[in-house]
Design a protein around this ligand. Structure first.
Ligand code: S3P
Length: 207
């Protein structure tokens, strides 16, 4: 009898929920909210990199360059792949673009792509100074260009796609949870008490 060609372990997914999407798509805000709903710790890879490097993303881009930053993202992804405790991770908007990152992202867990239009991103991020790639004369064209280029990479990595931008944060979270349920995730039922506040009360973040 022939053995199955693929070993399950080679292709099996890790235990995490991975949020991907363009800058401003709400990965951090949705990740925090889901952390409460799923009773899982939340980590943002930009913050992990900033902590490791002891400087902000803007400072890393300015002093070490974008390529060095992209390498740091790949290293963080390897850590996430090797982390066996199920958490929620939000990835920087450019992480799925690097080809070698795509299989790594898929191995980390269930990948949710928060999709947003260029115009919505522009509205959300005008005035923001923390995203080095958007500090230019015509940010809207830059955003359009980047979304057009990155869209296929986001879609390739995704198990779930949820449109965000024009709908409320609660509705986005509800839709993500519904789709996770469809994929067989066991979603805890959380009874809200009067004093519980999703944003500040019971949210679980890493120190
Ligand atoms: C980037 C997105 C940023 C951050 C860096 C580069 C990108 O993360 O990693 O400024 O290339 O799209 P957010 O998507 O969390 O803003």
């Amino acid at each position: 009898m022939y053995k199955k060609h693929r070993k399950n372990s080679e292709y099996s997914k890790g235990p995490h929920l991975i949020l991907i999407g363009f800058m401003g798509s709400g990965k951090t805000s949705i990740g925090r909210g889901l952390s409460y709903k799923l009773r899982r710790a939340f980590r943002d890879t930009d913050r992990m990199i900033e902590e490791k490097e002891g400087m902000s993303i803007s400072e890393i881009f300015a002093s070490k360059g974008e390529n060095a930053f992209r390498q740091m993202e790949t290293e963080v992804l390897r850590e996430i792949r090797d982390d066996r405790i199920g958490r929620i991770y939000s990835l920087g908007g450019g992480t799925p673009v690097r080809m070698e990152n795509q299989p790594l992202i898929k191995k980390c867990g269930t990948v949710c792509y928060l999709r947003i239009t260029a115009e919505e991103v522009y509205e959300r991020l005008k005035g923001d100074t923390t995203r080095p790639l958007l500090q230019c004369d015509d940010p809207l064209s830059r955003i359009r260009d980047l979304i057009a280029k990155r869209g296929p990479a986001y879609e390739r990595c995704a198990d779930i796609i949820v449109d965000t931008g024009s709908i409320t944060r609660d509705k986005v979270m509800e839709t993500v949870l519904e789709k996770l349920r469809e994929l067989g995730w066991d979603i805890p039922v959380i009874e809200k008490t009067e004093n519980e506040n999703e944003d500040t009360g019971d949210q679980r973040t890493e120190p």
